[in-house]
Design a protein around this ligand. Structure first.
Ligand SMILES: C[S@@+](CC[C@H](N)C(=O)[O-])C[C@H]1O[C@@H](n2cnc3c(N)ncnc32)[C@H](O)[C@@H]1O
Length: 438
């Protein structure tokens, strides 16, 4: 590289950096949220069920709280009943001891060829020996002989379709909330955090939620509950979730975090793509396109904009140009932008580039209509959010490792809890001093 090239490279850097993403401000904010004085705080022993991508673990990391992950548990959507062989099931049914049952179940999962993508994501991001990542919450309990200080989980929301009718092993999908409660009873953590969709509070005319609260009453914990929206806690996504925070010590007084004014829009969280206004100058383009840079694949041309692979590697710390695959075809655009159903009986109100993202869902990979899913324009073209943007909108910093396919990432992001909301809640829990050293 000669002197002239270096000058040109600087120019390119300037162009890319001039796209000052507010997301960088947000990233810096992560570090400012570190709790400064942790010397009085004990090492918090954490257990999670329905662990997903570990939103709570991420919150503890960002807050810089001393902690140890004791166990996590997630079946990755693979039901034990669906993978156990009939002869194994017979053997399983003879087992009496809980620990042996757990080991049997874990073995069935381990020997099965279906991949648990949630586990894959989790272990790529958190320090936990693989044998302490359990698969099925129904077999988890104090028999694992581990003490925890906090237990966290958000059971799948379908659980509530059959609330009240507690099923046994045979009708499993309906009753996972009760498994969460059972684990609290068995592990006796100082604190539990339970999360679920807002709809839980009015499901079945409020009867389901009464059952939930009665169950928590029976645990003998003092608990507090509130619906929080992530847009009130620093994240430009409207996501209402019910949080129940329980304390073993009944003298504890806990207050939910106060809402704060939103400083960011969804656009601030998008990848720093080289938009039309940042198109490279002729001079810069010449630099990229000259010589053997294209042949050696150090530079590439994408659509009508020249992208500089070299600059990407050296400059753009968000690492990113939006890949073509996230843009919508004409046919898809027509489909997602529909304003009414084919029969004309249903009307839709498609919106794009909204300031606050609509709730991210576990099925967003299917690309629902723009009246309910998030679409944005880049370089004047309509596209869906990338998995990285979805994770940002769930409060996960870009240090979160991606170890699975886009499809799985969309599902996992849509299922998660917003990290910033958990950070705000955790800061309030810390104020109660329950985690202070004795
Ligand atoms: C609504 S998501 C919760 C995700 C999590 N809160 C997070 O931060 O990513 C529910 C999770 O429960 C898991 N799950 C479903 N049935 C389960 C079971 N029987 N045992 C353990 N996990 C289960 C699903 O795989 C899914 O990841």
């Amino acid at each position: 590289m000669n002197k002239n090239d270096i000058k040109n490279l600087d120019e390119i850097k300037n162009i890319i950096f001039s796209n000052k993403l507010k997301y960088n401000v947000k990233k810096n904010e992560f570090f400012s949220q570190k709790i400064k004085d942790v010397k009085d705080i004990q090492k918090i022993r954490v257990g999670t069920a329905f662990s997903g991508v570990g939103a709570f673990e991420q919150a503890l990391q960002i807050l810089g709280l001393p902690h140890e992950i004791v166990f996590a548990c997630d079946n990755g959507g693979i039901m034990f009943e669906d993978i156990v062989k009939p002869e194994e099931l017979k053997e399983f049914q003879k087992i009496k001891k809980k620990q042996e049952k757990l080991e049997f179940v874990e073995n069935v999962y381990r020997n099965h060829k279906r991949n648990n993508f949630v586990k894959q994501s989790y272990l790529a991001n958190y320090e936990l020996p693989e044998d302490r990542f359990y698969h099925d919450v129904r077999f988890l309990g104090k028999h694992i002989n581990k003490e925890i200080d906090v237990f966290v989980g958000g059971s799948p929301c379908q659980s509530f379709s059959a609330a009240g009718a507690r099923g046994g092993f045979e009708d499993t999908r309906g009753t996972l909330f009760f498994e969460f409660a059972r684990c609290v009873k068995e592990f006796q953590p100082k604190v539990f955090i339970y999360e679920n969709v807002k709809g839980l509070t009015h499901h079945d005319g409020g009867r389901t939620f009464s059952t939930v609260l009665n169950t928590f009453d029976e645990l003998g914990y003092k608990y507090f509950y509130k619906i929080l929206n992530s847009k009130d806690y620093g994240i430009p996504q409207s996501r209402n979730r019910i949080f129940v925070i329980g304390f073993k010590d009944k003298d504890v007084n806990f207050e939910f975090p106060e809402p704060e004014e939103l400083q960011f829009t969804m656009a601030d969280f998008l990848i720093g793509d080289v938009d039309a206004k940042y198109t490279l100058s002729e001079k810069a383009k010449n630099f990229i396109l000259n010589g053997d840079r294209i042949e050696k694949k150090r530079a590439q041309i994408n659509g009508d904009i020249a992208l500089c692979q070299m600059a990407r590697q050296q400059v753009n710390c968000n690492g990113d140009f939006v890949d073509d695959k996230y843009f919508l075809s004409e046919k898809l655009i027509k489909c997602v932008m529909q304003t009414e159903s084919k029969s004309g009986t249903m009307k839709f109100n498609p919106t794009i580039n909204t300031d606050v993202a609509k709730t991210l869902t576990a099925t967003m990979h299917k690309m629902h209509r723009a009246s309910m899913d998030n679409y944005v324009t880049t370089r004047g073209k309509l596209r869906r959010l990338t998995p990285r943007e979805c994770f940002r909108l769930m409060g996960f910093p870009d240090t979160f490792n991606f170890a699975v396919s886009d499809l799985q990432l969309y599902k996992q992001a849509g299922n998660s809890i917003v990290v910033d909301v958990l950070m705000a809640i955790t800061q309030q829990i810390i104020k109660t001093k329950v985690f202070n050293k004795k």
